[in-house]
Design a protein around this ligand. Sequence first.
Ligand SMILES: Cc1ncc(COP(=O)(O)O)c(C=O)c1O
Length: 386
Amino acid sequence: MSAVALDVSAVRARFSALSRPLVFFDGPGGTQVPDEVVEAIAGYLRKSNANLGGPFETSRRSDLLVGEARRAAGAFLGCGAEEVVFGANMTTLNFALSRAIGRELSAGDEIVVTKLDHDGNVAPWLELAQDLGLRVQFAELRDDTTIDLDHLESLLSERTRVVAFPWASNAVGTLVDVARIRELAHKVGALAWVDAVHSAPHAPIDVAAAGVDVLLCSPYKFYGPHLGLAFARAELLERWRPYKVRPAPERPLGARFETGTLPHELLAGLVAAVAYVRSVGFEAIVPYERELGERFLAGLPDSCTLHGLPSMDGRVPTFCVTIRGLTPAMAAERLAERGFAVWHGNYYAVEVFEHLGLRDGGLRVGIVHYNTADEVDRLLEALQVL
Ligand SMILES: Cc1ncc(COP(=O)(O)O)c(C=O)c1O
């Protein structure tokens, strides 16, 4: 991927939401959406609103839209349209898909998760374990917040059925060696089950190249609407028995795991979001975000402690900091008063904060490609005098 310059003014001009004074460093909790996504959602409701499968105009348009959304999602993930599953959000989809695979698991089977995960990729396995008598084990973190791959490997056995892990941490920004963990999982015949929610706005996903079996993400983290999106290999979607109502369609394969009527207007928004990301391009987004991340790290005042990797190598520009003399909640409150949107707490990354020994969680500064160098500088100034 060769680097391309990003025109941030042109990017920002596409987002009415960015025209107010509030500075958005809250992307990891959900990004703003460009106007074209807003228009696509409204346009569907104006012109195409209907259920599927009817002979009349709006229903036909809705059928076409859902097909288009599957193709757009497939293009975003690097899979076939039939391997796409839509849902309310990542968490709901993960409970659904884990329950589906649960029908072929039995007591004593093992699941490996990691201490870098959001609970959306942990709790579904803990609950399934409760129901079926499975054993869930956690791969440890190293001091630098990378996953201890030797420890992960030591947990694998011929009883391991799934290795669930994140592509990137929503708490500290650490990127994961997806190919290596997939390789380890496959060596023992386990599925590689990836939570790509946090990496999706920052780096391209190609499930075929990554060779993973299941991957989930959330379009509202990559400039789209509140929706969940999953990929599972066609063979798995064919084999697993879904919890579905009997008359609902069996094709395309992904539809077997979608319960009830889809949010068609949000699928219209997803199509627009995928087109938006493609129009900006990761070859522009990645180097630009790296530059802003480096600027943030270089200017971080002494009163702030960074938790996680110290440079932009091996991470996305999501930073966990604590500030001398202030709880994360107090710091977020003061920054809000000064016009900055940042999150505080553990953002459901339970084990990461246990590992860091931060009972009150952290302050999360999430940079995305619509942020500017000036916004980073203003945040650093604000942190200096907080
Ligand atoms: C890494 C990660 N995984 C999973 C989730 C859960 O996603 P959703 O809100 O779509 O259920 C989040 C949400 O913040 C996340 O950051």
